[in-house]
Design a protein around this ligand. Structure first.
Ligand code: ZN
Length: 197
């Protein structure tokens, strides 16, 4: 198969699946060919965009599964060392989260602009917990506990919101809402959205 055929269509705000609560997957389902293929297709789609996170509802499937990857090449050259440091943004290897639950939120919060592959072309400031602990299953259906901080914690909160029918629009400081173009025009600090590097 060519990469082109692996690229899934990413649905946009207004599509009902983005507002549904996604259903959990059993360990057996995770190991099925159908879900293993889906993971591969979502990985290719995420790299193709490119983005740092993609949840199954964004490709039209109301399943509690998301893929995450924040590569070094998305960061260096695009953000200064200082910008990366303030966002606590470090490379995160590709991985899959299934049935994730945020079991701990830090009191500490951070507010940065973020965007979404399902709300193309816009960004807004969103306040989120600076660190979270997440329990989930991995791509093999094995239980995992993730302790994340900084940008990775933001990505997790954003993707897990998708699995509960929430978009960053529900949490944003609405007066900061901007087109991506105007963001780049008027902001000195060039940030990158969690999903769109
Ligand atoms: Zn999103």
């Amino acid at each position: 198969m060519s990469n082109l055929s692996l690229r899934l269509k990413i649905v946009q705000a207004g599509e009902p699946v983005l507002r549904q609560r996604a259903r959990p997957l059993s360990a057996e389902e995770i190991l099925s060919k159908e879900i293993q293929d889906l993971i591969e297709h979502m990985r290719e789609t995420l790299r193709d965009v490119p983005g740092v996170g993609l949840a199954a509802p964004q490709v039209g499937l109301p399943l509690q599964l998301a893929v995450i990857e924040d590569r070094q090449e998305y960061q260096t050259g695009k953000l200064s060392e200082e910008e990366l440091a303030v966002r606590e943004r470090v490379p995160i290897p590709f991985h899959v989260i299934v049935n994730p639950e945020i079991v701990e939120y830090s009191q500490d919060t951070a507010t940065f602009y973020e965007g979404c592959l399902s709300v193309t072309g816009f960004m807004a400031k969103v306040e989120r917990a600076r660190s979270v602990r997440v329990t989930c299953l991995d791509h093999r259906g094995q239980p995992q506990t993730i302790d994340a901080r900084g940008w990775y914690a933001r990505i997790l909160q954003h993707e897990i919101d998708h699995l509960h029918g929430r978009l960053y629009l529900d949490r944003m400081d609405s007066r900061s809402f901007t087109t991506f173009e105007n963001y780049n025009r008027y902001r000195d600090d060039r940030v990158v959205a969690p999903e769109a590097p």
